[in-house]
Design a protein around this ligand. Sequence first.
Ligand SMILES: NC(=O)c1ccc[n+]([C@@H]2O[C@H](COP(=O)([O-])OP(=O)(O)OC[C@H]3O[C@@H](n4cnc5c(N)ncnc54)[C@H](OP(=O)(O)O)[C@@H]3O)[C@@H](O)[C@H]2O)c1
Length: 318
Amino acid sequence: MFESADLRMTRISLNHGAGHLPALGFGTLIPDPAVTITATRDALKAGFRHFDCAERYGNEREVGRALQAGSAAGDIAREEIFVTTKLWNSNHRPERVEPAFEASLERLGLKYLDLYLIHTPFAFQPGDDQDPRGKDGNVLYDHNVTLLDTWKAMETLVDHGKCRAIGLSDITLDTLKPIYESARIKPAVVQVESHPYLPEIELLEFCKERSIVLLAFAPLGHGMKPGLLEDPVIAAIAARVGKTPAQVLLAWAVQRGTAVLTTPRTTARARENFDISRLPADALDEINRIQTRQRLNPVVNTGVPGFIPQAKSTAEGK
Ligand SMILES: NC(=O)c1ccc[n+]([C@@H]2O[C@H](COP(=O)([O-])OP(=O)(O)OC[C@H]3O[C@@H](n4cnc5c(N)ncnc54)[C@H](OP(=O)(O)O)[C@@H]3O)[C@@H](O)[C@H]2O)c1
């Protein structure tokens, strides 16, 4: 980890010499295409240099356009930006991995990716339907491909040089362990929900011991109310240190050694969420002692996204 006096500039080194991940990242899970463009440009302008995308978010083209326009306007080189995208569940068959990767790259308008993640460890029926369902409304899983089969195809992408690092998302420690042990190229990043109500302590320890970066999503509790942003411990610390609850939650995430993704949608919130500064040790301790436990996104149990608006009325749990 590159500790910087300026917490906003913290970068975490990736295993396999795959570069450095800016700890503070911008997430692009934004359903509205026009808002995707303005929010991505605002984030770049505010100082974010790490952008998290996904085939499943349906807006890689908009993110790509915003990054290109924003980079040109701000004279920002491609190497200064870290871009991630994710392989969706319906593309787990090894022969579908490289085409899915190339399609994402084309939509983003990029020549290489810094990081490619398997979005969830659940393989859905292969094909163009991202949400394949049976007549009963249940997800159609693909039992003819293993996570290790998909991982090996991901390794090939690194071999071909178009992708600098690979990793997994929405994974539990029990599922991560066998992949880590069998992998020729070890996962560089694991992206999971994490915040003070879901600190994922055991997973974080496992990752730190093996130089895997834990990349936390929903650090503000996905903005749900009531929730983390109104937590009395967070609110009291925010008042004491002269920061907002969002800034306190993001600083805590970076100071505990994780990378973190947040989704500000307005110019003001982009500036606010980037403007984090170091919390004193007693504040970190107070946050670590919060007892509330809550998982907000059930995707880890089924592979069905928890925060993406539902397209089909029959689907449950989205
Ligand atoms: N791997 C996965 O399965 C997975 C799942 C979920 C998310 N992710 C990634 O993680 C990223 C971040 O997750 P997230 O969107 O849940 O993050 P988040 O930052 O915890 O939540 C975003 C919500 O918080 C609100 N918010 C943002 N800044 C705020 C502030 N300063 N004060 C008050 N409210 C604020 C926003 O509300 P408004 O709508 O009012 O602006 C927004 O809807 C996503 O964009 C995506 O890239 C990955």
